[in-house]
Design a protein around this ligand. Structure first.
Ligand code: ATP
Ligand code: AMO
Length: 467
């Protein structure tokens, strides 16, 4: 086979080499009948290619053919790498040009596109500037983007987002494997709700009532009863959310952990701490290009985090809010607004935008949560926040079956629907705990994006089940 070069790897060191690339037509600019500039894009990176009859490499016919090509058509281009005198300023444009000797159209796109990729790649500031200059430009709204998602994800920022997502998943797996965890897969068709509440998709399972798993909660705990010691799962989570918010999806990817606890639920928080510091370090170090591409369209400040993650108790959080003049119920949950505010206060006081809030009031946590030994109004549970928004919930679990059944009943769960789960604690269950992370939220908040739909490849929300 011939040797192919990726557009993203083109660099001035390749000067005078002949390269072969495949990419899409981003723009074509003819200059008279003898020259045309074709900007070719591959996976978010672009390079300007020059067709000119001057050096007799190509014919005038070829120039004419090139100018007839539609945007987003796929091309093979062969030519010599040159370095232009003027530095190239384009966002993800390579610092070289290609003097085309061969051009071949592999497949055409239709002439009119529902989304212009160049327009869809601009930042708010760039859009404002272009409009001020009176440029023709279409502001691409979110619904259009999502309706034509396969075009939308061709933008450099989106190419970056999903590569970051893959790396988050990868680090999660690598880190936990290195800490003696085993990856498992639990059923997504289950007999009853695993978290309680109404946010569950019900279905008919060959005549039996069933639902789509709201979390792997019950089965990841059962895996601990089955002596795996430490488990993780990466899999789909289904929530029939009613509200249309910037941070809730009806289907998302859950990163779940469950582990035996020897002495204290802080052992679970230790894993959160080291896992996420490793993850942020790795993203900052290995995904510079991706973060840069995202930041060009959606400018953001790098996440501030400490080498050792800050832990505050819920009560300390309530106190900080109180001192800032915000009264919250010390036995209630924090609402979105007070979570945000507390995030700001913590950032100001401790210089971190990533922290753990633990010992939540028992009343606001799911039935399987272990109450605090010394004060059962509180619980051995925690939430973790990035930039003032929740990305993780976790806790020590109740491992005594009688008490677990009692707690389920108190929380309005029909115990019959989870009897096999409760029974699994009757044969000797170790103390244990764990946590769940929303993958899309982790990426959204790390990159300070304003909507979870941006970090879900084909998002499912209360109004959208296509494409
Ligand atoms: P979890 O599933 O752990 O609860 P979550 O982030 O989905 O994670 P919720 O319990 O849904 O959290 O909500 C947490 C807080 O956010 C609630 O106390 C509520 O005040 C607030 N909240 C939830 N949904 C909305 C909404 N649609 N609009 C405004 N606030 C909301
Ligand atoms: P929880 O319900 O808090 O906890 O979910 C865990 C994490 O999943 C993410 N998340 C969501 N992401 C997108 N859309 C949603 N609708 C949505 N709902 C939740 C959040 C949240 O922090 N079983 C427990 C976890 C545990 O204790 O192990 C659970 O499901 O990032």
């Amino acid at each position: 086979g011939r040797k192919w070069t990726e557009v993203g790897s083109l660099s001035p060191e390749m000067r005078e080499q002949v390269v072969l690339i495949r990419g899409r037509v981003q723009t074509i600019r003819p200059v008279g009948k003898k020259i045309a500039f074709v900007v070719v894009r591959e996976r978010g990176f672009t390079v300007q290619c020059v067709l000119t009859v001057k050096h007799e490499l190509v014919s005038a016919q070829m120039v004419k053919f090139a100018t007839s090509l539609s945007k987003e058509s796929i091309l093979d281009v062969e030519g010599v790498v040159t370095v232009p005198e003027k530095p190239i300023t384009g966002a993800t444009q390579q610092q070289v040009e290609i003097q085309i000797s061969k051009l071949y159209c592999v497949n055409k796109a239709v002439p009119t596109l529902p989304i212009n990729i160049e327009d869809a790649s601009r930042s708010e500031v760039e859009i404002e500037q272009a409009l001020e200059k009176g440029e023709q430009l279409v502001r691409v709204n979110q619904d259009t983007r999502l309706n034509y998602r396969i075009l939308d994800i061709r933008t450099p920022a989106n190419q970056g987002i999903f590569r970051i997502q893959c790396q988050v998943e990868n680090i999660f797996r690598q880190f936990l494997l290195s800490e003696g965890f085993i990856g498992i897969h639990t059923p997504k068709l289950i007999g009853g709700s695993s978290e309680g509440g109404s946010a569950v998709f019900k279905l008919d399972y060959k005549g039996q009532p069933a639902c789509l798993a709201q979390s792997p909660q019950l089965h990841k705990q059962m895996a601990i009863c089955g002596d795996f010691g430490r488990v993780f799962e990466i899999g789909p989570v289904f929530r029939a959310e009613d509200s249309f918010t910037h941070r809730h999806l009806c289907e998302f990817t859950g990163l779940d952990v469950e582990m035996e606890i020897k002495e204290h639920y802080s052992e679970v928080m230790d894993i959160v701490d080291r896992l996420f510091v490793a993850m942020f370090d790795s993203l900052n170090e290995k995904c510079k290009k991706e973060l840069d591409a995202i930041g060009r369209q959606y400018p953001f400040e790098p996440l501030k985090y400490l080498r050792k993650t800050l832990r505050l108790t819920f009560q300390e959080g309530v106190q900080m809010l109180k001192e800032a003049g915000i009264e919250v119920d010390p036995f209630g949950d924090l609402n979105t607004e007070s979570e945000r505010k507390l995030g700001q206060l913590v950032a100001e006081k401790y210089g971190t935008e990533f922290y753990i809030l633990h010992k939540y009031p028992l009343a606001v946590r799911p039935f399987y949560t272990m109450p605090c030994y010394d004060n059962p109004a509180y619980s051995n549970s925690f939430d973790v926040f990035i930039r003032g928004e929740e990305i993780i919930s976790g806790a020590q679990r109740v491992h005594v079956p009688e008490f677990l059944a009692k707690r389920a009943e108190e929380c309005g769960i029909v115990v019959k629907t989870i009897s096999t789960y409760i029974d699994s604690f009757r044969y000797g269950a170790p103390p244990h705990g764990g946590f769940g992370v929303g993958l899309e939220r982790a990426v959204m908040l790390f990159c300070a994006l304003n909507n979870i739909r941006k970090t879900s490849l084909f998002p499912r929300d209360p109004q959208r089940i296509a494409p």
